[in-house]
Design a protein around this ligand. Sequence first.
Ligand code: 13P
Length: 364
Amino acid sequence: MERSPVNTQTLEATAKQMVADGKGLLAIDESTGTCNKRFAKWDIPQTAESHRQYRQLIVDTPGLDEAISGAILYDETIRQKKDDGTPFAKALAALGILPGIKVDLGAKQLPAFPGEKVTEGLDGLRERLTEYARMGARFAKWRAVFAIGDGIPSLGCIGANAHALARYAGMCQEAGLVPVVEPEVLMEGNHTLDLCSDVTERVLRTVFKELYSQRVKLEGIILKPNMVLPGVDCPHQDSVAEVADATVACLLRSVPAAVAGVVFLSGGQTGELASARLNAMNVRYRLRLPWELSFSFGRAIQEPALEIWHGNPANVVPAQEALYHRAKCDRAAHQGTYDPAVEAHHRESGAHRMATELFAGSVA
Ligand code: 13P
């Protein structure tokens, strides 16, 4: 059946809304496997029901909409409901937070390319997008990963992933969903900042070439890249300002000005570092950039909250306060007004003290 032509205006308006007012995205789209791995670390039961309770804690965080414009859900979550029977996508929309959905089916070994992966999920995607749009999703996400190592990433890996990202983005726009295009150069390794910059530039240039080939409207996409960072095991760890400079320089060389917005993944950085680095980019370059530089963090927003929650209903309020704090810090970083001194203040605050006491077992 012929589809109606893409409504580019709606796509552009949605994409703009995703990065407006200093807000950014919250990634709560961990697949069942990833979510269970994170729960296992804190001895939290690994069931669909505990996933639901945790996502409810997040969606019900008071004031979440002050910093978050959109939340990325996982297939399991978009089909789940809050205790009162409201589907999560509907609850988010009622708060003015755009519901989004992760639609890739994960990164799998790329045959004949040891150590490299290709993201799968194009078959049947058109039908899945139609269903998600009916469930209220306004945007989608697809993540490709690139490891840095001996001779990798290869041209074959970059090309296969860039092509899949572009095919996904085209199908999203056809379905009226804004594609969040996520090519992630991983932090694992001992590579330098300069090497990460070279690899990130090569990946981004290839992705935009493929997006062009597939006739994707850049005004109706959001790019979700990695920051340009030294590998976690690199002996020299560059300063916040050096990371900001390298990241912005790399993006200016490889991301067309028509793109609606850029939202970074956190990729395993601590919440505080991720805020500080995003803030430095906006402080130093905000007035010279063609796109908003915002966030789409998963771990960097959630980690303190997950640790505090521990699967215990008694910890919901301090966990929500920790989540709210990180989200507010990231909104400030998008605006270039983040002050790291707020972290010490937060640590001294009631929420943090209460959480510490809960761990010490001094509160029932
Ligand atoms: P992190 O910020 O934890 O990297 O998660 C973002 C994300 O959506 C990964 O696909």
